[in-house]
Design a protein around this ligand. Structure first.
Ligand code: FAD
Length: 511
């Protein structure tokens, strides 16, 4: 029997490998492809520390709008279009289910707590009104709930044990859609087009620089193809090798924002990598290979969904309880790229301007904020990343902050990144710093990582007097890093009864 179907896009902003969309088209009299513009993520919040909404900085909003435009174009090419609505997603979807006499509701399963609550409410409503609901897993390679079931009801807490449980992911859905069922009557439904950033209320906002990465499925597929074309690079990919300071030609794929919004299917990415591996004599393996990177993503999704209070220290069984300091001055200096350590500040500028930085650059600033130097709570750093990253991902971001702060997964708190010498080995002349902190562009090479050590006449000649044009270091790394080690040691001693979830096999595998 033919039904009216509603395809609710949220992530999964793509046509390829989209089982929810495929199912929505089956025997559909009418198909309504809908996206709800959620005010929480989109409406301007003037109290936030950078332009954007409560939850998202402008770069990610821009990325989302580009992804929606691209999806709309693809749907139009298939004889349909994207129907956009403004408002609370739960109320909006409930209203549309009634108005359009929907018999089938399809949406991709989403593991984030906010989404689980939202989707639960819609699902309950739909089920009570006799609407069929189809919510497949297609954001990840595996269904995290199944992995937990296979592991006896608990998430595996090490990468190696995770690898032992999961098998081979199922292949992406073959793309069978050549045209879409027609839209029904949408005349009195307040449908809007994809808004511009100005139409969302950001007309007066001055953003110094926008991210160079454009959103959308078309861009994702181009980027995937370009990455896979260089078979040697794919076969020899090894993380954490690669230059974190390489910004014009990043050392990694920069597919993360596309995976975050589901412009790219992780299964298609995985299959593409396997195809390359078949053609080469040998290739790297997890955890360091590109397949290994995708599996880190899966690992964090599984642990995140299976750990109560995963995104906080309190009440989180896998998180060490550490008495982080509440020093707001130091935290703000870090957030505003004003620590006086050029490498750290340059990474934070890249985060604000581009919404993306290399993995090891993320390591460096996360370690600096928490257990390395400032001893500020990882949740504060997590919030900054969550808002500014274009690839901001609840499970992965929290998982990595837990890791970097030595709160979980990784416990070698004695291994601290130096804010002066770590990046020097990749970029001795400081090209990265000069690009992101132009006030330091004429600082001689000898001083670019420690400009406060330059004699005053050198600073004057470089048009950058430390303490006037660029801050003095907010802390002395040699002193505070020792203090941090001591505090971590004391906190670990207090936590000796907490669950020690990692084994030697894991240590250092992320760098
Ligand atoms: P590639 O090296 O090309 O890897 C391919 C894909 O594998 C990535 O796109 C990503 O989906 C996945 N991946 C790679 N590294 C990791 C990892 N360590 N954990 C989980 N998945 C991984 N990544 C996010 O996608 N969203 C976040 O919010 C996020 N927050 C982070 C916070 C901190 C403190 C740190 C240290 C890392 C964070 N990462 C996050 C992980 C990682 O840095 C990025 O996924 C990676 O840099 C993205 O670049 P890429 O796509 O070029 O990665």
């Amino acid at each position: 029997m033919e039904v009216n179907s509603l395809m609710w896009f949220r992530k999964g902003l793509r046509i390829h490998d989209n089982p929810a969309l495929d199912y929505a088209t089956k025997n559909a009299k009418h198909l309504y492809p809908v996206f709800v513009l959620d005010p929480l993520y989109l409406n301007p919040d003037t109290s936030a520390f950078s332009p954007g909404s409560k939850k998202s900085a402008l770069n990610r909003i821009q990325f989302l709008l580009e992804s929606l435009s691209d999806l709309d174009s693809s749907l139009k090419a298939l004889g349909s279009r994207l129907l956009l609505f403004n408002g609370d997603p739960v109320h909006t979807i409930k209203r549309l289910l009634n108005r359009w006499n929907i018999g089938r509701l399809c949406f991709e399963f989403d593991t984030e707590p906010y989404s689980l609550t939202r989707d639960g409410q819609v699902q309950d409503f739909a089920s009570h009104t006799g609407i069929e609901v189809f919510s497949p897993v297609s954001h990840t390679l595996f269904d995290p709930r199944e992995v937990i079931k296979k592991n006896g009801g608990k998430p595996p807490l090490t990468y190696q044990s995770f690898l032992r449980i999961v098998g081979i992911p199922s292949p992406p859905h073959a793309n069978t859609i050549s045209s879409l069922p027609p839209l029904g009557n949408i005349e009195d439904s307040e449908v809007s087009n994809v808004p511009t950033i100005e139409e969302l209320g950001y007309a007066d906002v001055k953003q110094e620089e926008y991210s160079p990465f454009r959103g959308g499925e078309s861009e994702a597929l181009k980027r995937l193809k370009a990455s896979l074309m260089d078979k040697d690079w794919v076969a020899n990919f090894e993380k954490p090798k690669g230059k974190p300071t390489s910004f014009e030609n990043p050392a990694t794929t920069v597919l993360s924002p596309y995976l975050k919004f589901g412009c790219l299917s992780s299964r298609l990415f995985y299959q593409g990598l396997q195809d390359v591996f078949k053609e080469v004599k040998k290739h790297t393996l997890p955890p360091v290979s590109l397949v290994g990177q995708l599996l880190w993503r899966e690992f964090f999704y599984v642990v995140a969904i299976g750990t109560p209070n995963f995104d906080q220290m309190k009440g989180n069984k896998i998180c060490k309880q550490i008495p982080w300091s509440g020093d707001d001055k130091l935290f703000i200096a870090w957030r505003e790229a004003q620590t006086g350590y050029p490498w750290i500040d340059a990474v934070m500028v890249q985060l604000r301007k581009w919404g993306w930085m290399h993995h090891l650059a993320r390591h460096a600033v996360a370690c600096f904020l928490t257990r390395g130097d400032l001893f500020v709570h990882w949740e504060k750093g997590r919030d900054v990343f969550e808002r500014l990253l274009i690839d901001s991902d609840w499970a992965i971001n929290n998982g990595n902050w837990l890791w970097l702060s030595c709160s979980s997964f990784f416990y070698q708190y004695n291994r601290i990144y130096s804010p002066t010498s770590f990046a020097k080995k990749y970029d001795p002349s400081g090209i990265y710093i000069r690009h992101f902190i132009p006030v330091l562009k004429d600082m001689p090479e000898d001083y670019i990582y420690e400009p406060w050590t330059a004699p005053l006449e050198v600073q004057i000649k470089a048009n950058c007097v430390i303490g006037r044009d660029y801050p003095k270091p907010v802390v002395d790394h040699d002193i505070v890093s020792k203090d941090c080690r001591r505090k971590m040691g004391a906190a670990y001693a207090m936590n000796s009864t907490a669950s020690d979830v990692v084994t030697g096999e894991e240590l250092g595998s992320l760098g």
